[in-house]
Design a binder for this molecule. Structure first.
Ligand code: SAH
Length: 232
């Protein structure tokens, strides 16, 4: 998978993309991530990428031309499955979207700033708009980093233990059961006996019951959907 990120703050991705799972995925050539500084595509001699909004109003607006220049250049080099704009009013990112998108070949992710981007970019250049939650960030970079992380860890080979993404929360419509590690007893805080029983059937039953109970308690709306689908 190739991911091209268009941003005015490429440095913001240095941390998120140079550590942990994404770092390893890049090294293993599972994913190829490129950041493009939007200012390099400005034709203005001050490298401006924003301007005042028409009809007054507060805040600056990102201009069409630099974004169009950058996207056009990328599109002339390869085909893209999606040109994504990170936006608070976009489709809410969830695990099933991440699953679907992790199978794409090439995507562009545009990070907005200020008051947002000129609506014509959204109308003529963007194919998908994604939000990471119902709150407003100062820029699309943190959202893009969240999106990229959620996709990359699902690409086969990215996680050390290939099955581990499948047992994560949301993959099967439930949140994850609790997990424990050694020691069995810490200051009298015990690990549930069943997990040490060695009985796989009992252990799997326990995990399922726990996942079910947690989902019911923490995510009642998700539990209702699960119940309907599985006839629990
Ligand atoms: N005026 C806009 C917010 C602009 S915030 C509005 O009210 O909708 C500046 C930029 O941050 C946006 O262009 C977008 O790229 C990014 N952003 C803000 N909140 C986001 C969210 N919840 N999810 C994804 N991107 C977000």
């Amino acid at each position: 998978m190739r991911i091209d990120i268009i941003t005015i703050f490429p440095e913001m991705f240095v941390g998120p993309f140079t550590e942990s799972i994404i770092k390893r995925a890049v090294e293993k050539k599972i994913v190829d991530i490129h950041t493009h500084n939007l200012r390099d595509y400005s034709t203005d001699r001050h490298k401006r990428v924003d301007d005042y909004p028409f009809a007054a109003g507060a805040g600056m607006v990102m201009m069409v031309e630099p974004v169009d220049n950058c996207i056009s250049k990328l599109k002339s080099e390869r085909e893209y499955d999606e040109v994504i704009y990170m936006s608070p009013d976009g489709e809410l990112l969830n695990q099933s979207m991440a699953n679907t998108m992790s199978m794409l070949n090439n995507i562009i992710v545009l990070c907005g700033h200020y008051k947002g981007i000129d609506e014509r970019i959204r109308k003529y250049l963007i194919t998908k708009e994604i939000s990471i939650g119902d709150y407003v960030l100062s820029g699309g970079e943190l959202g893009a980093a969240v999106l990229v992380d959620s996709l990359v860890r699902l690409i086969p080979g990215a996680l050390g233990d290939e099955t581990s993404a499948l047992s994560d929360s949301f993959q099967d419509g439930l949140v994850s059961p609790p997990v424990y590690t050694r020691p069995r007893n810490y200051k009298g805080w015990q690990v549930p006996d069943v997990l040490i029983s060695g009985n796989d059937r009992l252990i799997n039953e326990w995990k399922y019951e726990q996942a079910l109970a947690r989902t019911k308690e923490r995510r009642p709306e998700m539990y209702e959907i699960f119940k309907k689908n599985e006839n629990v």
